[in-house]
Design a protein around this ligand. Structure first.
Ligand SMILES: Nc1ncnc2c1ncn2[C@@H]1O[C@H](COP(=O)(O)OP(=O)(O)OP(=O)(O)O)[C@@H](O)[C@H]1O
Ligand SMILES: [Mg+2]
Length: 235
C-alpha cells in the first residue's frame, strides 16, 4: 500500500546547524504515527518542513503520491494541517474568531457547519465562544488549537507536542481526543517528548535523534525496545 504521506531523505539546516539529515518517514492512511525524540532532536523542524514553513536543503514530501506544494497556505488546501507546538492560539481573539481563522478556506453555510461541528465535539468551546482565547486553561487552549486545525477538514493532522505542560488527567483527555480524531477518519502524525503516551497511542513510530531516524517500529515494539526504554522511558 502506498503511504498517504511520504517524507524521503529530508535534510534541513539553519545556517550551520544541521537540524535534519536524510530523514524518511511514511504515514499510512488512517493511522496514528508518532515521532519521539529529545529536546532539539528536530521534531518541530520536521513538521514545519512538511507544512512548508521551512525550506529543506534536499529531500521530498509527497501526499498521496504527489509532491506537496511548498507554500503553507497551499499545503493546508491539500488537507495537511499543522497544530503547532505551544498551541499558538490568538489570545486577543475570541474562541469563535480563533475557529473562524482555522476555517478561512470555507465560506457561508459551509463555514457555519464546520463551526457547529467543532462546538459539538468540544462543548466547552461553545460555552466560552465569546471569551478571549487567552482566558482558557492550557488544556482548553490545546483543544482550541486542535479544533482550529479541524476547521479546514484535514486529511492529515500534524500535532506538535499536544501534551506539553499539561497535568496528567488533561493529557489523558488530549490522547482520547487524538484517538477520536483517528476514528473519524483523519490520519495523524504526532510529535512528542512524552514517549510513553505517544508510543501507546500509535500504530507506528520513529525515534528521531540528533536529526536522524535511529529506530522505527510499531508502538509496542518500541515500548519493549531496550534502547527506547533506557533513553526515553526512564529505564
Ligand atoms: N529558527 C531556527 N534557527 C536556528 N536554529 C534552529 C531554529 N529552529 C530550530 N533550530 C535548531 O534546530 C535543531 C532542531 O530543533 P527543533 O525545534 O526542530 O527540535 P525539537 O525536537 O522540536 O525540540 P523540542 O523538543 O525542544 O521542541 C535544534 O538544534 C534547534 O536549536
Ligand atoms: Mg519542538
Amino acid at each position: 500500500m502506498d503511504a498517504m504521506l511520504k517524507v524521503t531523505d529530508l535534510s534541513v539546516s539553519y545556517g550551520h546547524v544541521e537540524a535534519l539529515r536524510g530523514v524518511s518517514v511514511e504515514v499510512q492512511q488512517g493511522q496514528i504515527v508518532s515521532i519521539i525524540g529529545a529536546n532539539g532532536a528536530g521534531k518541530t523542524t520536521l513538521l514545519r518542513t512538511i507544512s512548508g514553513m521551512v525550506k529543506p536543503l534536499g529531500g521530498t514530501v509527497e501526499l498521496q503520491g504527489r509532491p506537496l506544494p511548498k507554500k503553507p497556505h497551499k499545503v493546508v488546501a491539500e488537507g495537511v494541517v499543522h497544530v503547532p507546538e505551544g498551541r499558538k492560539c490568538f489570545s486577543g481573539l475570541t474562541i469563535r474568531d480563533n475557529l473562524l481563522v482555522g476555517g478561512y478556506l470555507s465560506r457561508g453555510r459551509q463555514l457555519e457547519d464546520s463551526l457547529q461541528e467543532q462546538y459539538k465535539r468540544f462543548p466547552i468551546l461553545e460555552q466560552r465562544k465569546d471569551q478571549f482565547a487567552g482566558t482558557l486553561s492550557g488544556g482548553e487552549q490545546q483543544m482550541l488549537a486542535v479544533a482550529r486545525g479541524l476547521m479546514s477538514h484535514p486529511k492529515i493532522l500534524l500535532l506538535d507536542e499536544p501534551s506539553m505542560g499539561l497535568a496528567p488527567i488533561i493529557v489523558n483527555q488530549i490522547y482520547d481526543l487524538i484517538r477520536q480524531i483517528r476514528e473519524s477518519g483523519i490520519t495523524v502524525l504526532l510529535v512528542e517528548q512524552n514517549a510513553r503516551k505517544a508510543l501507546c497511542v500509535c500504530d507506528y513510530a520513529y525515534v528521531l535523534e540528533n536529526g536522524r531516524i535511529s529506530l522505527s517500529g510499531s508502538g509496542q515494539e518500541l515500548l519493549q525496545s531496550d534502547a527506547v526504554r533506557k533513553a526515553y522511558l526512564g529505564g
